[in-house]
Ligand binder design. Structure first.
Ligand code: ATP
Ligand code: MG
Length: 337
């Protein structure tokens, strides 16, 4: 049996999460949800810890006069320091991040995905303070906690869909037969059971993106992080992919997606807008603990949004069978693979 992830990372439990941390300015005490047991999976009296907890996050590029503050806003007159970004995302939420070009969306996404580190502030991902982790530890966290979906699919050329989806399981050390079983299940969930041997150039754009979604979900990550997942798709394929993401969220998976498109943001339970590296609006469109908007009342959603495809969103022919409840994200740390 493998060790829990926090032990493999060499972390110890500390107030506010697992120890580590950028030497940021955040000095907040324990927040609701911080009381997590050493074996995890145990909820605090306030419910599960947020999947994302970001405090006073600042990201600057360059130095001196050439410095660009991508995230965190302008210095405040009183302190001379930027306010920074604060953000809590609860388990089961589906959050769209919108904003004009240059507003800081990709910068935020890269930090949330542990692909980049902030200049200041603190980030707890599923209870783990990722600041101060080394590159190897961060790659473990990325593999176990986050499923990425990119605008350009990022599939491996000339490789069948099944092998693409098995790949993150191979990195996680899962044995061949189990890899195959899980990858087949993930491809079935995205409606591609009949395309497992197809290579990217033998699949439509929407099908390629659904392979990418299967690859992102096969490790049962705490969070699906998608940067413009429908940016390269036509409207039907967009609805197919959104239908899969809707159903993943309805079955408990936390989703954060960046989008320019209002059509996509309408699928989210919560919409954040960034301007000049700061969150200027935060609108809840549906409760965290219910289905996403397209699945709450599919007929009403379709009537309000004529381009949407409630059949696809609700589990129609494009999207395959109903998704099972995913394991708790904390089960990932239990070392059962
Ligand atoms: N590596 C970098 N070096 C210097 N400045 C950068 C770097 N990356 C981003 N920036 C700057 O940070 C700001 C935010 O960039 P970011 O890529 O996060 O924007 P975005 O909201 O994702 O935009 P888009 O919608 O065009 O993708 C921009 O002003 C950008 O020029
Ligand atoms: Mg961007």
């Amino acid at each position: 049996m493998r060790q829990p992830l926090h032990r493999r990372l060499g972390l110890h439990r500390a107030a506010g999460g697992w120890s580590g941390g950028w030497s940021g300015r955040w000095s907040g005490g324990a927040a609701p949800g911080d009381a997590r047991s050493d074996d995890q999976g145990e909820e605090s009296p306030w419910g599960p810890a947020p999947v994302i907890e970001v405090r006073s996050l600042v990201k600057s590029y360059g130095h001196g006069d050439a410095a660009v503050r991508a995230l965190g806003g302008a210095p405040q007159p009183a302190t001379g320091e930027p306010a920074g970004v604060d953000l809590l995302v609860e388990q089961g939420d589906m959050v769209a991040v919108m904003g004009s070009s240059g507003s800081g969306k990709s910068t935020l996404m890269n930090i949330l995905g542990c692909l980049d580190v902030p200049t200041a502030g603190r980030y707890l991902l599923d209870g783990i303070d990722v600041g101060g982790l080394d590159e190897h530890q961060l790659s473990l966290v990325r593999n176990r906690k986050i499923g990425f979906v990119f605008q350009s699919f990022n599939l491996v050329p000339r490789t069948p869909a099944l092998a693409q989806v098995e790949l993150p399981l191979a990195y996680a050390g899962v044995k061949a037969a189990e890899r195959r079983r899980r990858a087949l299940a993930a491809l079935t969930l995205v409606g591609l059971a009949d395309r497992v041997e197809h290579r990217p150039n033998e699949l439509s754009g929407g099908q390629q993106q659904r392979v990418a979604v299967a690859r992102a979900l096969v490790t049962a990550p705490a969070m699906l992080l998608a940067d413009e997942p429908t940016g390269n798709l036509d409207s039907q394929s967009t609805e197919d992919v959104l239908g899969v993401i809707d159903r993943l969220n309805a079955s408990g998976r936390t989703v954060v997606l960046i989008t320019h498109e209002d059509e996509v943001a309408r699928h989210a339970k919560r919409v954040l807008r960034l301007v000049d590296g700061q969150i200027v609006s935060d609108v809840r469109q549906a409760p965290v603990d219910g289905p996403p908007p397209a699945l709450r009342d599919p007929a009403a959603f379709a009537a309000a949004h004529p381009h949407a495809d409630p059949a696809g969103a609700a589990g129609g022919p494009h999207t395959g069978p109903r998704l099972p409840q995913p394991p708790s994200p904390h089960a990932l740390t239990g070392g059962t693979r």
